[in-house]
Structure formats: structure tokens, C-alpha cells
Design a protein around this ligand. Structure first.
Ligand code: HEC
Length: 132
């Protein structure tokens, strides 16, 4: 009789321990899933903000000039590996001949303000959008 009682108690403890382990591993799984999801959401946001910059900076967007064939074709240059982020960022910050300084115009775009991006993050976002 005592033996049955002990094994019942031991069984109860074992089940409790197993349950806690499961809870822990389920919790860990949920955590990993959340981190993966928020990483994806962040990447998607960056692309969206990048597109808004390209479409809206200076009112008519970078494309007002860059979608004209005689001006540098930013997306093609980036995809061809001929325009790295450092050089892109340098031209955007300092301007170059017919290319106006663009940081103020970029930071004035609504979705950029909302995102809280720094200047470098905003420049990286439009670069990323163009490299897609
Ligand atoms: C008023 C027209 C105009 C607007 C608006 C404009 N650009 Fe430009 N951009 C130019 C011209 C012209 C050049 C070529 C300058 C040169 O090399 O002499 C240029 C060059 C560049 C370059 C250098 C390309 C290379 O091959 O080195 C980058 C990067 C660039 N622009 C990014 C942007 C971005 C990003 C925006 C929007 C935020 C933008 N530009 C808006 C006219 C414009």
C-alpha cells in the first residue's frame, strides 16, 4: 500500500517536472519565433521606408532625376556592384554637380520621421530598396 502511494507521488512529481520542461521549451520556441518575426518586420519596414524616400524626397522623389536615362541609374549601378554604400552615402550627403545634397530632403520624408531612423539608417534604407 505504501509502495503504491510512493510511486503515485513520484509519478506526480515526474509529470510536474516534465510539464515545466515543456513550458520552458515552448516558451523558448515562442521567443525564437518572435525574434525571427520581428527581424522580418524590421527588414520589411526598411524596404518600405527606402521606397518612400525614393518616391518622395524633394517632393517628386529621386526618380524625378534618376529615372531619366541620361542620369545615373542607381538601381542598375548598385546591382552591378558599381556603386557601394560608402560612395552612395557620400554623394547623398555632399551632393555632386547636378546632384543636390539630399540628407535634409530625406529626413523630411514623413515615414522617415516616423521610423526614427538616423541619417545613416535612412540612407542605408534607400540603398537597400535600390539594391532589391
Ligand atoms: C535634381 C535632380 C536630382 C535629384 C532630385 C536626385 N539626384 Fe542624384 N544625381 C543627380 C545627377 C545629375 C547625378 C550625377 C552627378 C554627377 O556625377 O555629376 C546624381 C548622382 C547621384 C549619385 C551618385 C551616383 C554615382 O554613380 O556615383 C547618387 C548616389 C545619387 N545621385 C543619389 C540620389 C538619391 C538617393 C536621391 C534622392 C534622395 C537623388 N539622388 C536625387 C541628380 C539628382
Amino acid at each position: 500500500m505504501l509502495a503504491i502511494y510512493f510511486s503515485a507521488v513520484a509519478g506526480y512529481f515526474l509529470i510536474t517536472i516534465e510539464r515545466n520542461k515543456m513550458k520552458k521549451s515552448l516558451g523558448a520556441l515562442a521567443g525564437v519565433a518572435l525574434i525571427a518575426l520581428s527581424g522580418q518586420a524590421l527588414a520589411a519596414d526598411e524596404l518600405k521606408v527606402g521606397k518612400k524616400i525614393y518616391d518622395r524626397a524633394f517632393g517628386r522623389g529621386c526618380g524625378a532625376c534618376h529615372d531619366i536615362a541620361s542620369n545615373p541609374q542607381l538601381a542598375s549601378l548598385i546591382k552591378a556592384g558599381e556603386l557601394d554604400l560608402a560612395s552612395f552615402s557620400n554623394t547623398v550627403k555632399n551632393g555632386k554637380n547636378g546632384m543636390p545634397k539630399a540628407v535634409a530632403a530625406i529626413m523630411a520624408v514623413g515615414p522617415v520621421k516616423k521610423s526614427g531612423y538616423s541619417e545613416d539608417e535612412a540612407i542605408a534604407a534607400v540603398y537597400k530598396y535600390l539594391s532589391k
